[in-house]
Structures are given as structure tokens and as C-alpha cells.
Design a protein around this ligand. Structure first.
Ligand code: BDR
Ligand code: CA
Length: 314
């Protein structure tokens, strides 16, 4: 049996982040979660770090190391998304405060020290929120950049353009300077933009399948989805809502569910109008070198089958 891939999940939970974390923690054959680093994003840091601990407890994994990271983007004021995720970031079911403790120390130091400690090329970073913690680690300890195996992240858009502004996806928009550092880092990047996540939509049958698991995690996922869906259904008139962040973890488990192109992707940091845009050369109209595998398609039935089967293990 292949050894599981070592990952750090960097996250701003967020209901879809929560499902991603549950997917990772329910897949020990493929994934070893070295730690979870919280960042400010969907809601402020005190809530994202607390939510990360709630999710670990829900998965029966209070032993997972959870660290708090940056409370604001590198150079900008934090923009949050309570309009999507609710006041707590995990609105939907009522959840008790976690008992497990936050780790002492800063998430950025944990990322750096883990990359120093583990064999070079053995740790994959999985950012599910703004890229502040990752960029801060690269700025503080540039020698860790070459030790990262891969970064598989949720962020950006090309055909779908934007969700928080007409031209920018939330995670990139919140900290475009951090995104710019990551996209220029030279690390092997796999990007899950809105182009693919908007094809990973919930629907009645998919949510019913979570509920039918008859377990607490299954019920929580269904209730989170019920809450989270209303925003996108109203906005897009769609049947359900995209589970963005679980695409990152699903890619680690079953990359064959996804397809994309190796292309050049650059981040707009200057323009007020298009700030945070991922300028993706999907059609190869520039000579700029490819720096990312930009995913465009997913087998949505396969994705939801995987999610349901794995959440059912918890
Ligand atoms: C991304 O922004 C957040 O609202 C979600 O958790 C996801 O990471 C989608 O644009
Ligand atoms: Ca997120």
C-alpha cells in the first residue's frame, strides 16, 4: 500500500472548508494531516481557528494540531464573507464550543518548522482560504519554498471570472499580494478555481445522501450545505451550491476525477477595478511560462460519491 501523503491544511472555515477537512481526516490511507493552520478569511481568525477545532472534534480527531495564523492580509484590511457563511462561518447546525486546545505558537512558524523537519519534497500544502499564512512563511523563511512538494489550492477563476467582485474570486481577492507570492514561488501548483468548483454543485439527492448516512458528521454536512446553498441558489439560480474546498482534498485522493491545463496564471495586484483577478492564459496566447495546473472540469458524480463514502467512515 502506498504511504499516505503528508499535508498541511491552511484554512478559514467556512462550511466548505469543514467538509474538506472531514474528507482529509476520513482518508488516512491516502492522507496524513500533519496540522491545520487557520487564517483570517471567511470570518475573522478567532472564529476560523475555533471552527477548525470544532471540525476536528466532529471527526473524532482532537489530537490534530491546530494553529492560529495571520489575522489580516499582508498589506490590506481583511474582507470577510459572513454574507455567505453566516456570522460564525459555520452557520447551520448549532455547534458546541470545542474542548481541544489550540496549539501554542504561530501557524506560520509551524509551517516553516514542519517543512524544515520533514524530508524535502514530502509535504504538500493545501490552502483553502486566503494565501496569507503560506506567503508569510515564504517571506520569513525563503529556504522552505524549495522543500514544498506541491501546493494544491482553492482559488481564482477564469471562465467564471469572480464571486466577490465581478473579476475576482474570494480567496485571491482577500490577499492578492500573498497570492502573487505563491503563484510566483516556483512551487508545483494545482489550482481549483471557480471554473471547476462551480461544476461540483450540491443537489437534493446529494445532500440527502449525506443525511442518510445517519451519523453526526453526515447530518452536520447536510445541515451546513442546507445553510450554505441558499446564497448561491439565489445568486446563480442553480440547483445547489458549489463545495469549493473539498475539491482540493478530493484531488489528492482521486486526481482522475479532475482535468485541467498546465498554463501561466498571474495575479492582478495593481488595478482597483480587477484587483485579485487570476489572469489565466488558458488559450496559450502569451509566451509566459506555465506555473500551474489550472483545473477546469470534474466528474461531479464521482466527487460526491467519494465525499459521501468517506464522510460515512467517520
Ligand atoms: C472560497 O471562498 C470561501 O468563501 C470558500 O470557503 C472558498 O474557499 C470560494 O470562493
Ligand atoms: Ca475556504
Amino acid at each position: 500500500m502506498p504511504t499516505p501523503r503528508k499535508i498541511i491544511i491552511d484554512t478559514d472555515p467556512g462550511q466548505d472548508d469543514a467538509v474538506a477537512i472531514l474528507l482529509a481526516l476520513s482518508s488516512p490511507e491516502e492522507i496524513e494531516v500533519l496540522g491545520i493552520t487557520a487564517v483570517a478569511g471567511n470570518v475573522p481568525l478567532p472564529l476560523t481557528q475555533k471552527n477548525a477545532r470544532i471540525i476536528c472534534e466532529l471527526a473524532g480527531r482532537p489530537d490534530v494540531l491546530v494553529y492560529a495564523g495571520c489575522e489580516a492580509p499582508l498589506k490590506r484590511k481583511l474582507v470577510t464573507a459572513e454574507h455567505v457563511h453566516g456570522k460564525t462561518g459555520l452557520d447551520g447546525p448549532v455547534l458546541a464550543d470545542p474542548v481541544m486546545q489550540l496549539q501554542p505558537g504561530h501557524a506560520v512558524d509551524f509551517i516553516i518548522e514542519t517543512l524544515w523537519r520533514e524530508a524535502a519534497g514530502s509535504v504538500t500544502l493545501c490552502p483553502l482560504g486566503p494565501l496569507t499564512n503560506i506567503a508569510a512563511a515564504f517571506l520569513k523563511a525563503p529556504d522552505v519554498v524549495g522543500r514544498v512538494a506541491q501546493i494544491v489550492l482553492m482559488g481564482g477563476a477564469y471562465f467564471e471570472v469572480g464571486n466577490i467582485t465581478p473579476t475576482a474570486e474570494f480567496n485571491i481577492y482577500v490577499d492578492p499580494e500573498a497570492a502573487d507570492i505563491v503563484f510566483k514561488s516556483g512551487v508545483d501548483l494545482v489550482v481549483m478555481p471557480l471554473d471547476v468548483t462551480h461544476k461540483a454543485l450540491t443537489n437534493k439527492a446529494r445532500v440527502a445522501a449525506f443525511r442518510a448516512l445517519g451519523t453526526k458528521p453526515g447530518r452536520m454536512v447536510a445541515e451546513w450545505t442546507d445553510f450554505f446553498e441558499r446564497f448561491d441558489m439565489q445568486k446563480y439560480g442553480s440547483e445547489g451550491a458549489p463545495l469549493h474546498d473539498p475539491c482540493v482534498i478530493a484531488y489528492l485522493i482521486k486526481p482522475e476525477l479532475f482535468s485541467g491545463r498546465h498554463i501561466n496564471v498571474e495575479i492582478e495586484t495593481g488595478s482597483e477595478l480587477t484587483l485579485g483577478m487570476t489572469v489565466a492564459d488558458w488559450w496559450g496566447v502569451t509566451k509566459r511560462p506555465a506555473n500551474a495546473l489550472f483545473i477546469g472540469d470534474v466528474d461531479a458524480d464521482g466527487f460526491y460519491a467519494l465525499l459521501t463514502e468517506r464522510i460515512g467512515r467517520l
